[in-house]
Ligand binder design. Structure first.
Ligand code: ADP
Ligand code: MG
Length: 723
């Protein structure tokens, strides 16, 4: 075994001894939200009138006046300084998919050379970071690099603690001086507004005079891998690409199914406890933690919150996982496919809409009228997903996720909806008068003219569907583990807003034509279901039959990121985004530019890494082994020589394959000149990825026979099973 690997294993075993979390979880309510400038803090610290104004801003979107902003800023500063903060930071969410922050000190020198603490309303509301280093897709003219961050009142400020200090973090929106959005928060907030506006119209038709603001809610389930940190540092591919570009399958993978929901290893549990504690302090309501299907894979999920807050909290979850892992000698891998041959990681986004007054609008009701309303909202989602499947697919398209969606695992690249047998039956009876399929007798009795009572419990769970109804919400499962949940939710909100607009307009027209309301609703449900039911599929989404069936139904299939982005980049997409005020055409175009560019960059990094590692680590190891065999063969008797020579021949052959694959990759990695960014993406898919696959295949073939003593990289077995 190579010295690097040996040291890595020793260090891993040493770390396994850590069993007590560095911070015990203890009495959770006593510290939950202690690092958040919460509603409670505001109520205690602000004059009553100011507090009321802030609530109005949060609940109704009324702009905050300067005086109130000053009062909030002062209270926030005092609170933060009491807690040891020295700096504040406007945190924003640029299109890199990461968070960004610029720290400023609270302290300024006065005329006498002393420092005084300052932080006013203007500083709270607006920041001016240099925008030039963030992706803008051509929106920012080069002479104007200024960008603005604006305080998002609806997402609470919080403190981050590190060993060396405390910082007040203020969630903000980020835009160019032109007002164009440069981030992920602005379109999400706009899409929530659009959804609310259209939901109001529909609710009014159902007789709700003052329903209150409707928001979308999200509960994201985050999957991730943990491996020992010393293996991580010994793998240049994990370090720079987030996934292993090489690695032969271990003798044992996930086939025994002995990992899912199994006992959590001590070190990992200690890690999880500290993660939970840190997140609780930040007011993130984490709820679930468990082993996932693959060895070394885990999941963390909070209780759902309003889309905007859930999104900011989701970033904090990813950051916290990565920040705490090293304390336990671990590295947290958020990539969608760190290891070939075992499951990848996703982030299921559970989505619903509603508010405190009306509850969840996707919850089946107990009266016929409530049910009618539930079915209308449900139908609006079905229509949205069918009409705009390309947008949903596009919202989860990036290089890492291609390994899940494009491959035969996780949800497939075809967007379809799982409704469950019962709800499907209800819709089918409404639409066709009878169910198309024969069902178990006595399950439901549904009249043709009146709306049926609905099942309360959708126990039927399908794990293969990309978009599944799970009783009172839809679960979008195609989201990648490493991506922000802002984009996917922006798309869902926008396309559902468009559908609700359609529903409201149709119903309003029917009422004008003096149709009875429940008749109008029933006719509309029929129409929507008939026109959109092709998107519903309750079977096994991994099967070949489904792929064929989906093609017959004309459902779009985009296997790679360039396919998905091309399919989404249409006038139809631009129109729906701009019609509902979510993204202007210019903003939209700029985003596509950024996403294609990102794809190309990600892949070129991988291709270069693949080449370097194959050349400088794997090929030399093979040659060394070849030498060992060759010199041993010379020293042996004729009989023994035969064995040795056949081993030598095998190594020589595999080395030859590797060498040829390397040469090919080296050649194709030089992109032809003058390709547009889209064509570069296509070229990578058609030419570079197959060449990388070849290098990997021949390297892995060599790993299978090369002397373990000489192998330079931590193996899959070591990384996945030493924990
Ligand atoms: P499972 O693994 O069975 O899908 P989990 O309990 O791991 O379920 O995750 C379910 C997620 O869905 C949680 O984040 C939960 O808060 C969220 N959720 C529950 N109800 C709703 C809802 N009405 N809207 C949005 N998310 C919800
Ligand atoms: Mg789930």
């Amino acid at each position: 075994m190579s010295i690097t690997r040996q040291k890595a294993i020793e260090s891993a075993i040493e770390y396994r001894e850590i069993v007590t979390p560095l911070a015990r979880e203890g009495d959770v309510p006593s510290y939950f939200g202690m690092n958040v400038f919460s509603d409670d803090q505001m109520r205690q610290r602000l004059p009553k009138a100011v507090y009321e104004t802030v609530r109005k801003t949060i609940e109704e979107g009324v702009p905050l006046d300067v005086g109130s902003a000053d009062a909030v800023a002062t209270a926030m500063r005092q609170w933060a300084i009491e807690r040891g903060a020295t700096h504040y930071a406007h945190v924003f969410y640029p299109l890199t998919g990461l968070t960004a922050e610029k720290h400023d000190s609270f302290y300024n020198p006065d005329a006498h050379g002393h420092l005084i603490a300052e932080f006013n309303g203007r500083q709270l509301i607006q920041g001016e970071p240099d925008a030039s280093s963030f992706p803008n897709g051509g929106i920012r003219a080069t002479f104007e690099a200024r960008g603005y961050t604006a305080w998002d009142v609806t997402s609470p400020a919080y403190l981050t603690e590190s060993r060396n200090g405390v910082t007040l973090c203020i969630p903000t929106a980020f835009c160019a001086w032109t007002g164009d959005a440069l981030d992920k928060k602005v379109p999400l907030l706009r899409s929530m507004q659009a959804l609310n506006r259209q939901a109001q119209r529909v609710l009014k038709l159902f007789g709700h005079e003052n329903p209150g603001m409707i928001t979308s809610d999200a509960g994201p389930e985050q999957e991730y891998f943990l491996i020992d940190r010393s293996f991580y540092y010994a793998r240049p591919d994990l370090l720079s690409a987030g996934r292993t570009l090489f690695g032969a399958r271990p003798p044992k993978g996930q086939e025994l199914d002995d990992q899912y929901f199994g006992t959590i290893p001590d070190r990992v549990l200690a890690f999880m406890m500290e993660v939970d504690k840190e997140l609780y302090k930040l007011g993130v309501p984490v709820k679930t933690r468990h082993n996932e299907v693959a060895p070394g894979q885990y999941e963390i999920a909070p209780v759902f919150e309003s889309s905007n807050v859930a999104t900011d909290h989701q970033y904090l979850i990813m950051q916290t996982l990565q920040r705490i892992a090293p304390k336990y000698g671990l590295a947290c891998l958020l990539h969608e496919k760190p290891f070939e041959g075992i499951n990848g990681s996703g982030k299921h986004v559970n989505w619903s809409l509603g508010n405190a007054k009306l509850g969840n609008l996707l919850h089946p009701g107990s009266t016929p009228k409530e049910n009618m309303q539930f079915l209308v909202f449900c139908a609006a989602v079905i229509r949205a997903v069918n009409l705009h499947a390309e947008m949903l697919r596009g919202s989860v398209a990036h290089a890492g996720n291609d390994h899940r969606l494009g491959a035969n695992e996780a949800p497939p690249a075809v967007i379809s909806i799982f409704l469950g047998d019962q709800l499907t039956e209800v819709f089918e009876r409404i639409t066709f008068g009878s169910s198309q399929k024969v069902r178990k007798a006595g399950m439901l009795t549904v009249g043709v003219d009146t709306l049926p009572p609905l099942p309360k419990d959708a126990t039927d769970r399908n794990r293969t569907s990309p978009f599944a109804f799970t009783g009172n919400r839809f679960e979008f499962r195609a989201v990648g583990s490493n991506q922000s949940i802002a984009g996917p939710q922006t798309v869902i909100n926008t396309i559902v807003a468009e559908s609700l607009d359609y529903v409201a307009t149709e119903l309003e027209a029917s009422l004008k034509a003096s149709k009875r309301f429940h008749v109008a609703v029933q006719q509309l449900l029929k129409k929507i279901y008939r026109e959109n039911c092709r998107v519903i599929f309750n079977g096994d989404n991994y099967s070949d039959e489904w792929r064929e069936e989906a093609a017959r139904r004309g459902l779009p299939q985009a296997v790679t990121t360039p396919d998905a982005l091309d399919a989404m980049r249409t006038d139809k997409t631009f129109a729906v985004f701009s019609e509902y005020g979510v993204l202007s055409r210019r903003e939209c175009e700029s985003r596509f530019e950024i996403y294609y560019e990102r794809y190309v960059k990600d892949l070129l990094i991988e291709a270069r890494l693949c080449l370097t590692m194959a050349r400088t680590m794997i090929f030399p190891a093979g040659v060394k082994y070849q030498q060992v065999l060759a010199s041993t063969a010379t020293a042996l008797t004729a009989l023994d020589k035969t064995f040795c020579t056949s081993a030598l021949d095998e190594v020589t052959e595999r080395l030859g394959n590797l060498q040829r694959a390397i040469a090919r990759l080296e050649k194709v990695i030089q992109l032809p000149a003058d390709l547009t960014i889209q064509r570069q993406g296509r070229y990578l898919v058609d030419t570079v990825i197959p060449a990388m696959d070849d290098v990997r295949d021949s390297a892995d073939a060599l790993e299978h026979i090369c002397s373990d003593e000489l192998w330079p990289l931590p193996t899959y077995q070591e990384m996945l099973f030493i924990r």
